[in-house]
Each structure stands twice: as C-alpha cells, then as structure tokens.
Design a protein around this ligand. Structure first.
Ligand code: TMP
Length: 216
C-alpha cells in the first residue's frame, strides 16, 4: 500500500472523557492488518523517564510553568527515545496526546503564556535536518464539556486534570479550536458527540481518504 516505507506520526486529542482510546485501539488493529508496524504510545509518558514525569505531573501540586516544563521534558525524551526512531524505521506512531494538549491544557486551561509554550515547542521539537517535528495528522475528538463530565462521572479517582471544573474544560476546548484553526491541514475535527460506531467510521475514513489505510 502507499506510504508503506514512510513513517506516519498521528496524534489524538480532546478533553478528558472525549473517548479517544477505543478509536486508537481500532486504528492500531487496522494498520496492523494492513501490514504496518505500529507503535502505540501516549503523552505525558511513553518512556521510563517520561512515565515517571507523568506520575508527578498528574498527582503533585505545582505551578503552571513547572507543569509545562515537565510536559516538555517528558516529550523531549519520548521524541528522542521512541517517536523519531520509529518514524525513521517507517513505522506508524499512534500517540495519545502531544503538544496541542500542552497549548490546550497549560496554555488555555491554566492560562499560561502561549509565547513561552511556543518557545518550548521550538526547542523540544527541533529536527536535526531543520524544521519542527509535528504530527502528520491530529485527530481532535471534540465533545461538549458538559457531556464529557457526564461520561466521566463515577469513573476512576480523578487526577489533577480530571478533577478540574467544567469551565476549565471549556477553555481547553477553545484551546484545541485555536490550534486547529491555526493549522487546518494537520487537524481533523471529529464530532465525538455521536454513537461510537459512527465516530469510528469517520476516523477510519480520514485515513482511507489519505491512502493511509486500504478502502473497506
Ligand atoms: P490522559 O488521561 O489522556 O492520558 O492524559 C493525561 C492528562 O494530562 C490529561 O488530563 C491531559 C493532561 N495533559 C496536559 O495537561 N498537558 C499535556 O501536554 C499532555 C500531553 C497531557
């Protein structure tokens, strides 16, 4: 199939409760069935160091600058240890969240300085051959904050982000919308407020129409 020798970097975004996970698993199976090697990973996390940073950032109180620095420190390690090597081998990297989450959560949710985040992004994602490493495609699962809150109610013990009020997630959503508007070619906005099978069909279609998955 086309692109078989080219690495593909896909990120998945949305507020907590938007329901990305089942679709990431479905895509992993679809790429595997199409003969592609798949790396399933997440942020913050994806390496031993980044997973330690994840535990800290999700559980320990800290200010928004520390939070942002830890997100980018984890990302740096993840890029160097996992993402860049996998892309160089021509693999498909399915990453549950990436830098758009930092702009949405730390920038818009916490109100942290977007220009500082932009500087960190340029340092952390600079490529040896020039330019910035960004996902080839970002699927943004857009769900109203009130619906996400209902879905999350009664789920596992909330972390430092999941326990935020609805207004926080409304700001996070606005942050994703701003990133999507700035880079429309990279983003696919998916209306996640519909039955799971319908969302799955839309997700699959986004890959088929780019020739990244074979037609059904
Ligand atoms: P997860 O529950 O989807 O694995 O994500 C962990 C939490 O971390 C989620 O609430 C979003 C948050 N997060 C940020 O605040 N900034 C980031 O840069 C990333 C990657 C995640």
């Amino acid at each position: 199939m086309s692109h078989a020798s080219t690495g593909l970097f896909i990120s998945f975004e949305g507020i907590d409760g938007a329901g990305k996970s089942t679709h990431i698993d479905m895509l992993a199976k679809a790429f595997d069935a199409a003969g592609r090697r798949v790396v399933l990973t997440r942020e913050p996390g994806g390496t031993p160091l980044a997973e330690k940073l994840r535990t800290l950032v999700l559980n320990d109180a800290m200010d928004p600058l520390s939070e942002s620095l830890l997100m980018f420190a984890a990302r740096r390690d993840h890029l160097r240890q996992v993402i860049e090597p996998a892309l160089a081998r021509g693999e498909v990297v399915l990453c549950d969240r990436f830098t758009d989450a930092t702009f949405a959560y730390q920038g818009h949710g916490r109100g942290f300085d977007l220009a500082v985040l932009g500087q960190l992004e340029r340092w952390v994602q600079a490529r040896e051959q020039g330019g910035l490493r960004q996902p080839d495609l970002t699927l943004w699962f857009d769900l109203p904050a009130a619906v996400a809150a209902e879905r999350l109610a009664g789920a596992r013990l909330p972390d430092r982000f999941e326990s935020q009020p609805q207004a926080f997630f409304e700001r996070v959503s606005a942050g994703y919308a701003a990133r999507a508007q700035a880079e429309p070619a990279r983003f696919v906005r998916i209306d996640a407020n519909q039955p799971r099978e319908r969302v799955a069909a839309i997700v699959r279609d986004a890959f088929q129409r780019r020739g990244w998955l074979p037609p059904a």
